[in-house]
Design a protein around this ligand. Structure first.
Ligand code: PRP
Ligand code: HPA
Ligand code: MG
Length: 182
């Protein structure tokens, strides 16, 4: 049988480590927004869906869920730098607290674009949450309010993150074997 894990060279972050971190982030977010009404959690498709679905179940305050899809990478492992909206929010965020949820902040281009775009819609606040941060790769400054793990400059897959749309269903974060790129 072909297993998705066969292409993984090294496991960087285990399922257990992820689950522990997700619980911690959910608790912090619930505490920080405790008295705020109308928190809108915005998941960024597709990479954030696995993290988002675990995270929201660790958030104990009422939330609204919405999604955006933006494209910056296509199927390539290198960023083109261009960001465009493929799917926009359905809800109006004016006067609402917004939390953007990402799987990874790499160059920062996607998050910078999202922050500027959402701030222009007059929300009460916009904060950012990511499972993974690759600080060495940053080309633009963005504020990450909630970060799960800093990782080294390596292309990672799993737990929502893909290479050419594959490996999102791997339950942990790993690095691919070179042959998987061929
Ligand atoms: O900081 P950056 O260099 O902008 O990179 C981070 C972005 O790139 C990935 O998305 P991708 O475009 O691969 O879409 P996907 O989530 O559908 O895989 C990831 O999910 C982030 O949104
Ligand atoms: O390391 C990564 N893996 C998958 N998608 C990504 N998008 C930016 N960086 C990455
Ligand atoms: Mg991707």
């Amino acid at each position: 049988m072909v297993a998705v894990g066969n292409d993984i060279q090294e496991k960087l972050i285990s399922e257990a480590e992820i689950q522990e971190k997700v619980k911690e982030l959910g608790k912090r977010i619930s505490g920080d927004y405790g008295d705020a009404e109308n928190l809108i959690v915005v998941g960024i498709l597709k990479g954030a869906i696995i993290f988002l679905s675990d995270l929201v179940r660790e958030i104990t305050i009422p939330i609204n869920l919405d999604f955006m899809a933006v494209s910056s990478y296509g199927t390539n492992i290198h960023s083109s730098g261009a960001v465009r909206i493929l799917k926009d929010l359905e809800v109006d965020i004016e006067d609402k607290h917004v939390l953007i949820v990402e799987d990874i902040v790499d160059t920062g281009l996607t998050l910078k674009y999202l922050l500027e775009n959402l701030k222009s819609r007059s929300p009460k606040s916009v904060k950012t949450c990511t499972l993974l941060d690759k600080p060495e790769r940053r080309t633009v400054g963005v504020k990450v309010d909630y970060n799960g793990f800093n990782i080294p400059d390596r292309f990672v897959v799993g737990y929502g993150l893909d290479y050419a749309e594959r490996y999102r269903n791997l339950p942990y974060i790993g690095v691919l074997k070179p042959k998987a790129y061929e």
